[in-house]
Design a protein. Structure first.
Ligand code: PXG
Length: 289
């Protein structure tokens, strides 16, 4: 495995960063998780745009242009000769001292590109659907740490994941500070009611997921009404179908929420049709390498 760090390639056991890197010391940095399908990187430009937006928000200067970062990603994929891949782009504040002041990092951001074989979710998740639970940990307040920033500090989501696992569930629904449904720990959430799709708007403490946007795009093309609208837990419980979207999961059905059976307790028809369309999209769209 060849890993890109600041313009050079290293073998896995030699790919290391300093213990003084503020990505490690403070979670001070940003990242993206991207997938490639049959040598096509799905929505690469959208992921790069989001990475730069996250970086801009935390005043982290990425010392490459978007085009250069796309080239570096493609080069890493070529070097690793991976047809289907999971790509992790990480940009940290870089090496500083033990104080949190980012000025000590001298603008030496660390850029890391890891490309690996994709670890697919178990098939049973798609066939049987997920059992999920609402957890006590709420999603970060946009006024404190905006969930639009895909930062290296994922403790908010990790705590929620631990709570779901402790309860014997596959995923966690995280609420916002008002008690509305925000998202899951690494996925966005959708419900289907009377053949309409609903997903929380991004302003409610929800990451604007790229898979979420792809689903909204498919729905628009298919003339399925889709709404970005606040969702309560009640509306999730009485929905006909529920599913999660994310780069790793793609579109995964949910069949139980907080002990309530969703629809008939099986993955729904709308969800399955969307997954089929989504997989067709990943076969034909993307940056080739
Ligand atoms: N919400 C959150 C909080 C996320 O972290 C999504 C929604 C879905 O966004 P995309 O753009 O992927 O449709 C994410 C993305 C991981 C991992 O290793 C998690 C994500 C991305 C990549 C890797 O668990 N989450």
């Amino acid at each position: 495995m060849k890993i890109y760090i600041n313009g050079k390639f290293y073998e896995k056991n030699e790919a290391k960063v300093s213990v003084f890197d503020h990505g490690l010391l403070y979670g001070d940095g940003v990242f993206e998780g991207i997938r490639s399908y049959n040598r096509l990187v799905f929505k690469l430009r959208e992921h790069i745009d989001r990475l730069f937006e996250s970086a801009k928000s935390i005043m982290l200067n990425i010392p490459l242009s978007k085009e250069e970062l796309i080239k570096a990603t493609v080069l890493t994929l070529k070097k690793n000769n991976l047809k289907d891949s999971y790509i992790r782009l990480v940009v940290t504040r870089g090496e500083g001292d033990l104080g949190l002041d980012p000025r000590k990092c001298n603008g030496n951001a660390t850029i890391i590109i890891i490309t690996d074989k994709i670890n697919l979710y178990p098939d049973k998740f798609y066939k049987q659907g997920l059992k999920i639970i609402t957890v006590p940990t709420i999603r970060n307040l946009p006024e404190a740490l905006n969930p639009q920033i895909k930062s290296l500090n994922y403790l908010n989501n990790i705590l929620a994941k631990i709570e779901a696992t402790n309860a014997g569930c596959d995923e966690a629904i995280m609420l916002d500070s008002l008690g509305y449904v925000a998202e899951c720990t690494g996925d966005n959430i959708f419900i289907v009611k009377d053949k309409h799709l609903y997903t929380p708007p991004q302003c409610m403490g929800t990451l604007r997921g790229i898979t979420r946007d792809a689903v909204l795009e498919i729905a628009r093309k298919e003339k399925t009404p889709a709404h970005e609208h606040v969702i309560t837990r009640h509306e999730v419980y009485i929905s006909d179908e529920c599913f999660l979207t994310g780069t790793a999961a793609e579109i995964v059905p949910v069949v139980m929420v907080d002990g309530r059976v969703i629809g008939d307790g099986k993955p729904g028809k709308v969800t399955s049709a969307l997954l089929k369309k989504f997989r067709e999209l990943t076969k034909k769209e993307g940056v080739k390498y």
